[in-house]
Design a protein around this ligand. Structure first.
Ligand code: G4P
Length: 289
């Protein structure tokens, strides 16, 4: 099967430069950087420049949307990141699961030394300040809203401190910059582009939707055949994506005159249902790869 034609997107260099500037400007104001990523694609949803841009600051990875990912695989990712010396937690910002683990990882692992030093200096009252970053659609706003509660408590203006209105309180001890740094993923790698497209992080108008659906079906047939059987009553046994898409359309009665399958309709339905989590909790990247 040919690769999907995912055009390499030319992000306006000016746009990226602005983000870089904004992160750099605010970096000196925070104790740590929290990068939100998608638990289904923990590598593809990271910005490759993040490490460089936030150099010198401790970074915590939040694998968000864990309700949509395969929990077994997510656990393996957390262990993998740990083995690399990276503090990572998983979270579901829709329900709020994982919030306590986040706070604990931030205070007891990532910033343990800093907080101990502050305590020793009698400065334990000073809040921990964090900056939230991530590519579009990973759940940055949901994270900030969830963590700050329904009534966002803004940090009050203090003389001498500029732009305090951008900080929101998270309990007594943590303050979050209420202005997430939005970064873009890297599209040059077709595998990365494809996985971002599966999750809807790349707009469908730049990809061929039927080819994308065929690739997703091939992946699901290989890794999650039971989910295809359960949702679509599809029996899969190594068919190419084209045949899988036809089978899916037929199962759903998506026919056009002459008994042919309307593969475009079937493709749109598959991707919509996948993105809505209706096919199940599915991971698109495995740490072992
Ligand atoms: P962003 O600021 O990083 O761009 O992301 P945002 O919070 O806007 O979230 C993007 C979408 O992802 C939203 O869905 C949001 O509800 C959903 N989302 C965020 N966190 C989670 C999570 O942990 N689990 C699940 N299942 N979904 C999550 P939307 O369709 O754009 O809006 P809506 O469904 O909230 O109406």
């Amino acid at each position: 099967m040919s690769e999907t034609e995912i055009k390499s997107i030319q992000w306006f260099p000016g746009h990226m430069a602005k983000t870089r500037r904004s992160i750099k400007e605010n970096l000196s104001l925070v104790d740590a950087v929290v990068e939100i990523i998608d638990a289904r694609i923990p590598l593809s949803s990271q910005n490759p420049e993040m490490g460089k841009m936030t150099a010198g600051k401790p970074r915590l990875l939040v694998l968000n949307k864990r309700d949509m990912a395969d929990s077994n695989v997510t656990d393996r990712w957390i262990s993998y990141f740990r083995s690399q010396g990276i503090v990572a937690v998983s979270m579901d910002c829709k329900s709020g699961k994982g919030m306590k683990q986040f706070t604990s990882a931030l205070e007891n692992q990532l910033l343990k030394d800093l907080l101990e030093t502050r305590r020793a200096k009698g400065m334990s009252g000073a809040p921990v300040r964090v900056m939230i970053v991530g590519i579009p659609n990973v759940g940055k706003s949901s994270f900030i809203n969830r963590m700050s509660g329904s009534k966002k408590a803004k940090v009050e203006d203090r003389p001498g401190v500029t732009r305090t209105k951008q900080w929101v309180k998270l309990g007594d001890r943590i303050e979050m910059l209420d202005m997430p740094g939005v970064l873009w993923p890297k599209f040059e790698d077709q595998g990365v582009a494809r996985r971002l497209a599966f999750t809807g992080a790349i707009k469908d108008d730049i990809v061929d939707i039927e080819t994308l659906a065929m690739l997703l079906l091939e992946y699901l047939a290989e890794n999650y055949p039971a989910a295809l059987k359960e949702r679509y009553k599809m029996d899969v046994s190594g068919q190419p994506g084209k045949d899988l898409l036809e089978l899916l359309g037929r199962k759903r009665g998506m026919l056009i005159s002459g008994g042919e399958v309307n593969t475009e309709r079937a493709a749109i339905m598959l991707l919509d249902e996948f993105r809505a989590g209706k096919i199940g909790s599915i991971s698109l990247e495995m740490p072992e790869e």
